[in-house]
Write a protein that binds this ligand. Structure first.
Ligand SMILES: Cc1ncc(COP(=O)(O)O)c(C=O)c1O
Length: 366
């Protein structure tokens, strides 16, 4: 395992050496922006390190309410709620919807936070092959008579693929199902305003779709959030033991999330910068002859022929001052992946160094 000796922006330090950082999920390059850091420091000075109380007792501060208002506005929804971990958002939504479905249908590569979030009392859980809409329809037919909740990642963390939410939605309408989308990697990235997979497919007004999101990736902050109707948000607040009985999000993180949303609103060019960096890398990879995913997303995997080859590539990149890990968790993809992620902040020199290095490796392999 790599041990970092600095933060992670375009570069990181390991063993006293600076590396180009093409890993993690800092898709908009926000984690070391002074605009965010200064707000975090100001909140630490004003509020201290922690509220040390749950949201339902004495742990709700004005900055939580302000952030939730900003998130609701960002999402174009009536209300939003923040909590300590994006991992728990799927659970909160599935618990809230509990009376409205009796079957859960999962993409076979659904993130562990979706699987862990399924309420214990759900009797039927079934899986369709990754992105396979025919199999999903077969399952919907198989369980006709029971109402299904279809659950999938919006943007898959390892492969960079976007789930076909338009087709899932068409099937959900046909079979009267509900949909849960884990948009941890899509928030700030997909859709015209960065509102995620639902916006990307122009399905923002569908009452069937529920999104679980996080501030921990593209937004450069930390903590999960859910946005929706007033009714839904206040029901989740009342119903969730986790929300009611765990410590509220600490001041520095609340302030960072709020600053990230303001920064996004003021820097509308960030998304186009990201897209142009993604295009450069994905087109470059294809020209070299590397296998990657087609979707225009910041996750640019190199699909290798074995885990050993993936490890060799990751090591070769590191020898050339590039960090991009060979990954085989948290879901089994059946592929051997070196996960390269591109951010809006990477420079032209860094991108061309990446592509040149991949080319040298590929030439040596062939
Ligand atoms: C698809 C997906 N959902 C949820 C999470 C959890 O989000 P957080 O790290 O904000 O808890 C992650 C990864 O961290 C993820 O990849």
């Amino acid at each position: 395992m790599i041990t970092l000796e600095s933060g992670t922006g375009n570069y990181t330090t390991i063993d006293h050496t600076s590396f180009n950082y093409f890993a993690g999920n800092n898709y908009l390059g926000l984690t070391n922006k002074p605009e965010l850091i200064n707000k975090a420091i100001a909140a630490l000075i004003s509020y201290g390190t922690n509220f040390a109380a749950s949201r339902q007792t004495t742990g709700t501060a004005d900055i939580h309410l302000g952030l939730e208002e900003q998130l609701a506005q960002f999402k174009g929804k009536e209300a939003a709620m923040v909590f300590a971990s994006g991992y728990l958002g799927n659970k909160l939504i599935m618990e809230y919807l509990r009376d409205q479905y009796s079957v859960v249908l999962l993409d076979s590569m659904a993130h562990s936070s979706i699987i862990d979030g399924i309420p214990r009392a759900v009797e039927t859980i079934d899986t369709y092959a990754h992105l396979d809409m025919n199999q999903l329809e077969e399952l919907l037919k198989k369980y006709a008579g029971k109402r299904a909740l279809i659950a999938s990642d919006g943007l898959f963390a390892l492969t960079g693929e976007i789930t076909p939410l338009d087709e899932i939605h068409r099937l959900a309408e046909k079979y009267d199902a509900l949909i849960l989308v884990d948009d941890a990697h899509a928030t700030g990235v997909l859709g015209e305003n960065g509102r995620g997979t639902q916006e990307y497919y122009h399905l923002e007004n569908s009452p069937r779709i529920f999104q679980s999101e996080t501030m921990s990736k593209a937004l450069g902050a930390y903590g999960g959030f859910v946005a929706g109707s007033e009714e839904m948000i206040s029901a989740i607040r009342k119903k969730s033991a986790f929300y009611g009985a765990s410590t509220s999000l600490p001041p520095a993180l609340v302030a960072t999330g709020a600053a990230a949303l303001s920064y996004l609103a003021e820097h509308v060019d960030l998304k186009s910068k990201l897209v142009s960096n993604i295009r450069y890398v994905k087109i470059g990879m294809k020209q070299i002859g590397l296998e990657t995913s087609d979707a225009e997303t910041p996750i640019c995997p190199v699909f290798c022929s074995s885990q050993a080859e993936a490890k060799r590539l990751s090591d070769f990149l590191m020898e050339n001052q590039i960090i991009a890990p060979a990954v085989d968790y948290p879901v089994k993809t059946g592929k051997f992946i070196v996960r390269i992620t591109v951010s809006a902040a990477h420079t032209a020199e860094q991108l061309s160094h990446l592509i040149n290095t991949l080319k040298i490796w590929n030439d040596g392999r062939n």
